[in-house]
Design a protein around this ligand. Structure first.
Ligand code: ATP
Ligand code: MG
Length: 429
């Protein structure tokens, strides 16, 4: 069942009210406060409280709580169906970080200390929904007003603790259209080479969120500017510029600007399409396969990405192509993405790349709009037919069936009888 934003918010108010009525302090915390102040609908709500995990479970009953994050002081409280669930966390501060990613342990603490363990000032706010009051220990309200992403406390130390924050900083900056506070930016650049301690799944997830967002070109450019890009996507490094050991050419290069323009033109692309658009000007299908494996992309994402990169030029000249050659591309699951990729690549021509013409794209779109049975009719002959004819199973099977299929698609044969005729002729050749 989809969540109802209104019910979600009401439940988040109820959770605070219930904790308060049991004598605990409780506020909305972090991202939901930020989103609300920005006039955006929060995806979900987090509540921070003085209640300890076992006390939270007692207040909301064991039946309605899940202690998944209990060792970090987090209890999930399950609401009525359309309201979803809320993470309720005890105010805490993080002890030491020895792995550059997660605190070794947490200690229960005060709201102020809890605000200071958070990553950026815009994420460090509390909100009291009962009194409509923002509680700001970190200057987050000012930074939200000015549109600045700033680390809480000493930036290098904060990135040292948790290197995922390097990517989160870039993501918040670009997706909100904010600017990056200069000392925070400098610390990111200083720490960029250490992004490798973050798990590939988390890196891929941040990249997924950035590349799927409208601001994807800005994200990629900012990642480049702060030196994260060559760490995350080393396959882009060698491309383009023998002198550049650290990144794809220089940021001002024509090829780089063209790549950004291409990304900008995509409209609500799925992740594999956006990633393909970024890779295509610089790498081949083998590199795309390597990346998909390194990032542990799902089979589906991986297949789409590799196919798109591999087939990037396959629709060039589609207008003149025999239907038997175009059809297999257009009946592929990712045909629409391939057309979208080609369309944006064609709008930003690069000297060394053949581009699709308007007529190529128009034919693809026209054909794709036809009923499925028309563009992908059942084959006139199959392997079973060959067996029935007593033709011994052989390597030639595949070739003969393909020839019959092509002839069918190209309108050279219309009936099963004609198809069998053709098969016999090919066998005798
Ligand atoms: P979004 O959900 O839109 O990505 P968010 O700010 O809600 O943004 P979450 O990952 O849901 O991000 O985390 C909720 C809050 O927890 C953040 O607002 C922040 O206060 C804190 N937080 C999350 N990740 C970190 C981190 N790596 N370091 C420090 N604080 C963090
Ligand atoms: Mg969130």
């Amino acid at each position: 069942m989809p969540l109802d934003p209104d019910k979600q918010r009401k439940f988040a108010v109820d959770v605070v009210r219930t904790l308060r009525s049991h004598g605990y302090e409780a506020y909305w915390a972090g991202g939901c406060v930020r989103d609300r102040l920005l006039g955006r609908l929060p995806k979900d709500y987090d509540v921070a409280t003085t209640a300890r995990p076992d006390e939270i479970r007692e207040v909301f009953s064991h039946k309605r709580t899940v202690p998944i994050g209990a060792q970090f002081g987090v209890i999930t409280v399950v609401g009525p169906k359309p309201a979803g669930q809320i993470e309720v966390a005890t105010f805490r501060e993080d002890a030491t970080y020895s792995d550059g990613r997660r605190p070794d342990s947490v200690e229960f603490s005060t709201p102020e200390a809890d605000a200071h363990r958070r990553d950026f000032t815009i994420n460090g706010l509390f909100y009291d929904p009962l009194e409509d009051r923002v509680i700001d220990y970190v200057g987050g309200v000012d930074d939200l007003g000015r549109g600045v992403v700033r680390a809480i406390g000493e930036p290098r130390a904060r990135f040292e603790e948790d290197k995922l924050r390097l990517l989160r900083a870039v993501r918040f900056t670009v997706t909100f259209g904010f600017s990056l506070d200069i000392p925070t930016r400098d610390a990111i650049e200083y720490m960029a080479s250490q992004i490798g301690v973050v798990s590939v799944e988390r890196i891929a997830d941040e990249m997924r969120r950035m590349l799927m967002h409208d601001s994807r070109a800005k994200a990629v450019d900012l990642l480049h500017e702060v030196d994260l890009l060559p760490q995350i996507l080393p396959e882009l490094n060698a491309a383009n510029d023998a002198e550049a050991t650290t990144a794809v050419g220089r940021r001002g290069d024509a090829a780089w600007l063209a790549a950004l323009a291409t990304l900008d033109l995509l409209s609500e692309p799925p992740f594999p399409l956006a990633l393909a658009a970024l890779l295509v000007p610089f790498v081949d299908a083998a590199a795309a396969r390597g990346l998909a494996a390194r990032w542990k992309l799902s089979n589906q994402e991986s297949r789409s990405l590799c196919w798109l990169v591999e087939q990037q030029a396959a629709l060039v000249g589609a207008e003149q192509m025999p239907w038997s050659r175009l059809q297999p591309l257009l009946v592929h699951d990712n045909a629409r993405e391939l057309i979208a990729l080609l369309a944006v690549l064609s709008e930003v021509p690069a000297a060394d790349r053949p581009v699709a013409s308007r007529a190529d794209l128009a034919r693809c779109r026209q054909m794709l709009a036809r009923p499925a049975l028309e563009i992908n009719p059942p084959p006139l002959v199959t392997g079973d037919d060959l067996i029935e004819l007593g033709i011994p199973r052989s390597k030639a099977y595949q070739r003969i069936l393909q020839a019959a299929r092509d002839a069918q698609l190209d309108g050279l044969i219309q009936t099963k009888a004609e198809a069998l005729e053709l098969v016999k002729r090919l066998l005798n050749e």
